[in-house]
Write a protein that binds this ligand. Structure first.
Ligand SMILES: Cc1cc2nc3c(=O)[nH]c(=O)nc-3n(C[C@H](O)[C@H](O)[C@H](O)COP(=O)(O)O)c2cc1C
Ligand SMILES: [Fe+2]
Ligand SMILES: [Fe+2]
Length: 420
């Protein structure tokens, strides 16, 4: 690292990077590994009519931030404090910044008020703030600052800020990478492609449809420079990164078979073959229904990540697990836990399994499916030990019913939740 403790970088005329380097960070937000740390990028836009600050940094890195800020401006010259996102990695130093520049007006998106209150607590009452609407513009001297709302990228209130004359997009978490290299510009740093995609997969992927909406807005702006809040600043071919987000948000291999049909995936585990037999019959029954493409997978023969990819594009999911020691088995839970990486809301879900005496697994899986905001239209199917021929017929009927609901050919049953 060669960038001094208070050295800043002018990324465009009178626009300075005043962020912080955190090369020793190894885990971010509990869910991401950060092999070479990260940066928290913040910026100062200077004008004869005062200064606009874009974002702050994590509280623990505030010393670097204030040193850099002081080397480009005085606190009394700060007119606007623009907060793109109120997660603590960007808003951690906001309380201290506002104590030092209490005259500054804060800008958050209209969805950000509660989080701003949670950040500043009782001190919020001392400051002036504005809740921006999407597309709203403010003037800083001759310069025009536009707010571009990008909900869910990463939190509901997240927005980007666009400096019109420079065509410079302060994109916050969007296009970020956890990659710490003090050369800062994408054409000067090391190979950070892995970090860019890894960041997308962990932060943006569950919100793909919002990503596509945001890319429509950003493409229309056609920025010349993209300054995200983590990792390299994208000055070389910035639109490539926009295109990359679009690609990463779109299914790469189209399903050729039955483009119009719904996709139903059946996953199971089985120690003695009872749940496996149930699964095969459920599969047969579901396969009878036209317009539904059914796939059967034994979780023992697969790895979690490719299954998550499949599930992302599926319309319905069924999980079969025996009850072992009062619970569903670990690979099923691992699979279900991994679904936080994708959007599951509104998919159809169902569970089945064999048991010996208490049979908790099926109900527990159903609870988890509901927790993932999936629709669970039919009560799960449980069978004691190996299913009889007649019970296999019931499994077939169950599979058929779920597939029919998925295809819109049957109404979901009214479930008495007390019965579950
Ligand atoms: C180690 C072990 C623990 C079990 N614990 C339970 C239990 O807590 N409750 C229950 O209903 N059945 C329990 N069972 C019984 C299984 O759920 C039953 O044998 C089931 O049919 C196994 O289905 P499978 O052949 O698909 O693995 C247990 C079985 C084993 C081997
Ligand atoms: Fe974030
Ligand atoms: Fe962030």
């Amino acid at each position: 690292m060669s960038l001094g403790k208070d050295a800043t970088l002018e990324i465009a005329p009178d626009v300075h990077w005043i962020g912080a380097l955190d090369p020793d960070l190894r885990v971010f937000d509990l869910i991401l590994k950060t092999a070479n740390g990260t940066t928290y990028n913040a910026y100062a836009i200077k004008s004869p009519d005062g200064v606009a600050i874009i974002d702050t940094v994590k509280e623990e890195c505030a010393e670097q931030y204030f040193a850099r800020l002081e080397s480009v401006t005085r606190y009394e010259d700060i007119r606007f404090v623009i907060l793109n996102h109120l997660e603590p990695d960007h808003a951690g130093a906001v309380p201290e910044l506002m104590r030092r520049a209490p005259q500054a007006k804060i800008f958050v998106s209209h969805r950000g008020l509660r989080l701003l209150q949670a950040t500043l607590k009782d001190e919020l009452g001392q400051y002036e703030y504005c809740l921006s609407e999407d597309g709203e513009c403010i003037k800083l001297g001759e310069r025009t600052i536009r707010f571009v709302h990008t909900p869910y990228l990463h939190w509901p209130e997240t927005k980007c800020t666009y400096l019109e004359e420079e065509k410079l997009l302060f994109s916050c978490d969007v296009f970020g990478s956890h990659y710490c290299d003090d050369r800062l510009f994408n054409d000067l740093v090391g190979d950070f492609r892995f970090s860019f995609e890894y960041y997308f997969k962990h932060i943006m992927r569950p919100y793909k449809r919002y990503v596509l909406e945001a890319m429509d807005k950003i493409e229309a702006l056609s920025p010349r420079l993209i300054a995200p809040s983590h990792g390299p600043i994208l000055r070389d071919q910035p639109m490539q990164y926009v295109r990359s987000y679009r690609t990463l948000s779109t299914s790469s291999i189209p399903i050729e078979q039955g483009k119009e049909s719904k996709s139903l995936l059946i996953f199971y585990m089985s120690a003695y073959g009872a749940t496996a037999d149930m699964a095969k019959s459920v599969y047969e029954g579901a396969s009878d229904v036209e317009g539904v493409l059914v796939s059967l997978y034994d979780l023992q023969g697969g790895e979690v990540e490719p299954f998550v990819d499949l599930i992302e594009d599926a319309d319905g999911l069924m999980f079969g697990s025996p009850t072992i020691n009062g619970d569903a088995v670990k690979p099923v839970w691992d699979m279900l836990a991994s679904l936080v990486a994708i959007e599951t809301k509104g998919k159809l879900g169902a569970a089945f399994g064999s048991y010996g005496w208490t049979g908790e697994a099926v109900g527990m899986i159903e609870d988890r499916l509901r927790g993932l905001k999936m629709r669970v239209p039919e009560k799960g199917l449980r069978m004691k030990f190996h299913p009889t021929e007649q019970e296999l017929g019931d499994c077939k009927a169950y599979g058929r019913k779920i597939a029919q609901v998925l295809a819109g050919k049957a109404k979901p049953k009214e479930i008495d939740f007390a019965d579950l």
